[in-house]
Design a protein around this ligand. Structure first.
Ligand SMILES: NC(=O)c1ccc[n+]([C@@H]2O[C@H](COP(=O)([O-])OP(=O)(O)OC[C@H]3O[C@@H](n4cnc5c(N)ncnc54)[C@H](OP(=O)(O)O)[C@@H]3O)[C@@H](O)[C@H]2O)c1
Length: 238
């Protein structure tokens, strides 16, 4: 089976990583994925891996089986108006009204909403979500994140996800440190301090390819699942 993938935000840092993996022939369990449509807000990059760039307002060149979105929240909303198939949403920084619109779309189509597509970070989230509730009260929590200076949302979607998982385990409200500096690809740190010990977990992205691989694996998951719903990366067996 060959699946056509549309990339929304295809000319950006992440979109180009996804396109580059598709260009080198992304296969998973016998299925092949190919780049089918390339959308950005402008045509300052005229094509990506041979597929011409179009803006959301221009007609579709080719129907796709699945969309991968790494853009901006307002652009994601345009995609929801336009798409009729599963969507992997990697974009971050949605407000409540935007999240509501994503949930509406997910009542008819499969959607994976994941502020961090790296398997390593998702292992950490899974690990934290299984911490014993009896362990929580004695720890002070400090969450820190550093990203490149072009990143628009702050704190990151990943930091919010870590905070939410710790909140579900009844940990104390964390102290949060955020930095936007240089070209840093993304570092998150979780520190837990008790009277007699400290636990530090650090996740550092060395190559953005990790997010692109995660997004394509997520797309395969949605295509195989073939059921409407709003999924998180924790639903995927990684
Ligand atoms: N989930 C994850 O694992 C993960 C990992 C990394 C980043 N992210 C998130 O992914 C998003 C994109 O990050 P990035 O670093 O790739 O950003 P970027 O380099 O700024 O790229 C943004 C892309 O979106 C397009 N775009 C912007 N507004 C648009 C509109 N109104 N309609 C259509 N396309 C539009 C841009 O096109 P033009 O250049 O033509 O404007 C560009 O192609 C951010 O929200 C970031 O936080 C998520």
């Amino acid at each position: 089976m060959i699946y056509k993938v549309g990339v929304w935000g295809a000319t950006g840092r992440m979109g180009q990583e996804v396109a580059s993996l598709l260009h080198s022939g992304f296969t998973h369990r016998g299925a092949l994925m190919e780049l089918g449509d390339v959308v950005a807000s402008s045509k300052k990059i005229r094509s990506v891996d041979g597929v011409p760039t179009r803006t959301p307002e221009e007609p579709v060149f080719q129907d796709v089986h699945v969309w991968i979105d790494f853009s901006r929240p307002e652009a994601t909303l345009k995609l929801l108006d336009h798409a009729r198939c599963p969507i992997v949403i990697g974009t971050t920084g949605f407000n409540e009204a935007e999240l509501k619109r994503i949930k509406e779309y997910a009542s008819d189509h499969a959607v994976l909403l994941a502020p961090n597509m790296s398997p390593g970070l998702n292992w950490i989230l899974k690990m934290l979500s299984s911490v014993s509730l009896s362990a929580k009260e004695s720890f002070d929590v400090v969450l820190s994140e550093t990203h490149h200076k072009h990143k628009k949302d702050s704190p990151s979607g990943t930091l919010k996800a870590i905070k939410s998982v710790l909140g579900e385990r009844d940990f104390n409200e964390p102290q949060v440190n955020v930095a936007r500096a240089g070209e840093e690809k993304g570092t998150h740190q979780i520190q837990l301090f008790s009277e007699c010990e400290e636990i530090t977990i650090t996740h550092r992205v060395l190559d953005r390819k990790v997010f692109a691989q995660g997004a394509l694996l997520g797309a395969m998951y949605l295509l195989k699942k073939n059921q409407p719903g709003l999924y998180s990366y924790l639903d995927i067996d990684i």
